[in-house]
Write a protein that binds this ligand. Structure first.
Ligand code: C5P
Length: 319
């Protein structure tokens, strides 16, 4: 039987600085082009040998009580275990390995501590799934390659493969084709998640594919030059219009960011989170503080596009 010692890893959030739709596919998904940065706002996943061999996969997920004040309202609801993407990732990994290699895997206890708001367009659940694939691969000593893990990751969700890499990337296809962008600089991200979430399929269900899609070149150029004014004019999210239709309360958020001195701002993914970008640490902290006093909901300032905003298995193997 294959098994290992305890593993604890951090799963970052993400934001989309650019999200353009190219076409709707026959399978219902949309071909898109999106520029993503992983953000140092983390969930935490722990795998450890289970005491009872009866439970092959003992899974629990909870909001971190130290960070999350009124979890359900502001952070969204956690799904039941069988729908949790981290649980599904571990179950998929087990099934594939047991089916294809006929190996018996040690029982595992997985505990997920949540800090990234849900139904927020921040990729929390997708990141948890990527963390589960990486941690499971190490825990059971499976030796699956990044490509193999990426294939499994895409089965669970379009955003999951991105989190196997983290940092900066441009993603295409339905989001699962990743081109890392290692030359982009770190940014400061001010994130606001209002006290309501948005359903991704619902937002995509109302989107309109443009005849002439926008391109991300000017955005990438503004990022490389760390030019906040240029950046302000180049952020794109094609899902903003349908999200606003579904949830008109989003309408006042851009002005709130503008009023606290953040020029480059937009919604992340399919919402409901909204973010601003600056290269100035102090401005980010100050803007977050001001937003906290003006808006009801979750507000955080965190670095993004950094080496730390990656799922790192480095020091996690302990005996
Ligand atoms: O891949 P994921 O499960 O995260 O997607 C959730 C839903 O979002 C899909 O069922 C689909 O309705 C929509 N979606 C889409 N095009 C994408 C990604 C997601 O239409 N590229």
């Amino acid at each position: 039987m294959i098994g290992a010692s305890m593993i604890r890893i951090l799963a970052p959030a993400k934001i989309n600085l650019f999200l353009e739709l190219h076409r709707k596919r026959p399978d219902g998904y949309h071909e898109l082009e999106t520029v993503m940065a992983a953000v140092e706002l983390f969930d935490e996943l722990t795998l450890e040998p289970a005491d009872s061999p009866a439970a092959e996969l003992d899974f629990s997920a909870e909001w971190d009580g130290d960070v999350v004040s009124s979890a359900e309202g502001v952070f969204g609801a956690l799904p039941p275990t069988e729908k949790n993407l981290a649980f599904r990732a571990l179950a998929l990994l087990r099934r594939r390995v047991v089916e294809t290699a006929g190996k018996a895997l040690a029982p595992v206890r997985a505990s997920l501590l949540k800090r990234v708001p849900a139904e927020a367009g921040l990729g929390g659940a997708s990141s948890d799934a990527a963390a589960a694939f990486l941690a499971g691969n190490a825990f059971w000593g499976l030796g699956l390659s990044r490509d193999e893990l990426s294939g499994l990751a895409a089965e669970l969700g379009s955003d999951v493969p991105f989190f196997l890499e983290g940092g900066w990337a441009i993603c295409r296809g339905r989001g699962e084709l990743i081109e890392p962008l290692p030359d982009l600089p770190p940014i400061w991200v001010v994130i606001y998640r209002p006290p309501f979430g948005l359903s991704t399929p619902k937002v995509y269900g109302r989107c309109v594919v443009p005849e002439t899609p926008e391109r991300p070149d000017a955005l990438l150029d503004a990022l490389k030059r760390r030019d906040e004014d240029a950046l302000a004019g180049q952020l794109v999210n094609r899902l903003w219009a349908p999200a606003l239709e579904i949830e008109p309360r989003l309408g006042g958020i851009p002005k709130a960011f503008q009023d606290v001195g953040i020029r480059a701002h937009q919604m992340s993914g399919s919402g409901s989170s909204y973010f601003g970008i600056t290269f100035d640490a102090e401005r980010a902290q100050q803007a977050a503080q001001e937003l906290r006093s003006r808006l009801v909901g979750f507000v955080a300032a965190a670095r993004g596009g950094t080496k730390n905003a990656c799922i790192d298995l480095g020091d996690t193997l302990s005996s």
